[in-house]
Design a protein. Structure first.
Length: 500
């Protein structure tokens, strides 16, 4: 009766049995009413896809969590000093002033979080129990290596462990055992690059802070000078990095692999247009205010990304009046992001982003900003464009001062959308790959156009999307072969006479 009076709206888990009972009472075919009350997404049919090893890889890597939740006590104070040092563009060492080059300092807070995560994974490995303390790791089975740590306690971890090449090699073997294809991970190369940057130059942290030499006693049995010891550590890290680089073969992910069957279509962009169209059709009833607002927000994210593909960080930081604006005269919305806020801001090819959205997408933005956003969580707290729904207010957020979506939120919602309609999901950078693939499929020579859309260099586009050009060339070669076969058959199975 309360449903009929309109005082509350029915939830699906309660309303579905009620509507099914009404169907039976009216002697209607099953699904006649329930299909209208609760829309079911119709998947976009694709060609049969190949097995996707990347998804299997991801599942194996995350199946057994081991990352530490906090820094070891002996390292916390030094880590905070490293962060303070690495985030400065100019540092003073004695009476000398060093101005770091782009890339030599951490310009973004996201970089700090990324490096912190890399180290916490390594420390977590050190704290895992030893599967068999008496057996060398090289003699363990793969399953044993995937859970075999060093049996240390968090209080035993010290700075020297980070530069112990034996521990690092054991960790990289541990990562390899957890890899679906039993290959060394590019994660190892990234970690070595981080560690090298702390000892590789006069302006690096440990070179500038010799007071920390007491932490390196275990790595200096010969009593070398501080400068010689750091140089020796640096050279060992470089040798290990080169060895791993040679061992890593094919571990870098093919950007088209997770949605291979989508991007192998002749018109991948058209498939995403169909996805956006179906998202609009499949919006929940407006009476379900929060669900409708959340789905509408997701539709706006997809629509804006299909016109101006931004990286995840730039999407979640969109703020009305700061990075996205509405022209009152034309009614069009425009995104404006300075080069300094881009991931590749050090590149000379990166430019400021200043692009208007289409009238259709601008109308979606209007409705979202004025109506739907008001039904999400704390809409008046800030002008961040994309905010979460009111469900799960106690959710974990890496940046507690942020009001908008987190990286995990954006990744999850894009993954869920692509999985819902394509049968397999991929994260938030899918739209950048979509543009590059679509442009180059139409004309494999248009690297400049793809580079302009992605705000990157032509060389980078050529390197990352060379497989599309190769497919076109192989297709041309296949057509040539078929033409030769057809000519041979037309000639009655005789080879054409040579021309003199």
């Amino acid at each position: 009766m309360r449903y009929a009076a309109g005082s509350i709206h029915p939830q699906k888990k309660r309303a579905f049995p009620l509507i099914s009972h009404i169907e039976q009472a009216l002697d209607l075919e099953i699904g006649t009413l329930t299909s209208r009350a609760f829309k079911q997404a119709q998947p976009i049919m694709l060609g049969s896809g190949l097995p996707i090893s990347y998804r299997e890889n991801l599942a194996v890597q995350t199946a057994r969590p081991y990352k530490l939740k906090q820094f070891p006590p002996l390292l916390l104070s030094v880590w905070l000093q490293i962060v303070a040092w690495r985030t400065q563009a100019t540092v003073r060492i004695g009476d000398l002033i060093f101005t770091k080059k782009p890339g030599e300092y951490w310009a973004k807070s996201a970089t700090v979080l990324k490096v912190e995560g890399v180290l916490l994974y390594f420390f977590g490995f050190l704290c895992l129990p030893q599967t068999n303390a008496t057996t060398p790791s090289s003699l363990l089975t793969r399953d044993e290596r995937a859970t075999h740590g060093k049996g240390m306690t968090i209080d035993e971890i010290e700075i020297a462990n980070l530069f112990d090449t034996n521990l690092l090699l054991d960790y990289f073997d541990f990562l390899r055992a957890r890899n679906a294809e039993n290959k060394y991970s590019i994660h190892a190369i990234n970690m070595l690059s981080v560690l090298s940057s702390w000892v590789n130059s006069p302006s690096s942290f440990f070179n500038a802070h010799p007071q920390h030499s007491a932490f390196f006693v275990s790595l200096n049995p010969e009593g070398k000078s501080w400068e010689d010891l750091l140089n020796d550590i640096h050279q060992k890290l470089l040798r290990l990095k080169r060895q791993l680089a040679r061992a890593i073969d094919g571990t870098s992910r093919d950007p088209g692999e997770p949605l291979r069957q989508v991007f192998e279509d002749k018109d991948p962009y058209g498939l995403f247009l169909e996805l956006a169209k179906r998202m609009r059709v499949d919006l929940p009833p407006r009476v379900q205010k929060m669900s409708h607002a959340t789905a509408f927000r997701n539709l706006v994210i997809v629509s804006t990304q299909m016109e101006v593909p931004l990286r995840a960080r730039n999407v979640i930081e969109l703020e009305v009046g700061k990075t996205i604006f509405r022209d009152e005269k034309s009614g069009l919305w425009t995104v404006e992001i300075s080069k300094s806020a881009l991931k590749n801001h050090h590149s000379r090819h990166a430019k400021n982003i200043h692009r208007p959205y289409s009238p259709e997408t601008s109308r979606l933005l209007d409705e979202y900003w004025t109506v739907e956003r008001q039904n999400l969580r704390d809409p008046l707290l800030s002008k961040v464009l994309f905010i979460p729904c009111a469900r799960g207010k106690a959710r974990r957020r890496k940046e507690l001062d942020r009001h908008g979506l987190s990286y995990a939120d954006l990744y999850t919602l894009i993954y869920s959308i692509t999985a819902r309609y394509f049968g397999v999901g991929i994260g938030s950078n899918v739209f950048r790959h979509l543009f590059a693939t679509g442009i180059l499929k139409q004309d494999s020579s248009r690297y400049g156009a793809a580079a302009a859309v992605l705000n990157n260099s032509e060389e980078m586009i050529r390197q990352n999307y060379s497989h599309i050009n190769q497919q076109d060339e192989l297709r041309t070669a296949g057509n040539w072969r078929q033409e030769q076969v057809d000519n041979f058959e037309v000639a009655g199975g005789k080879a054409s006479p040579s021309k003199k």
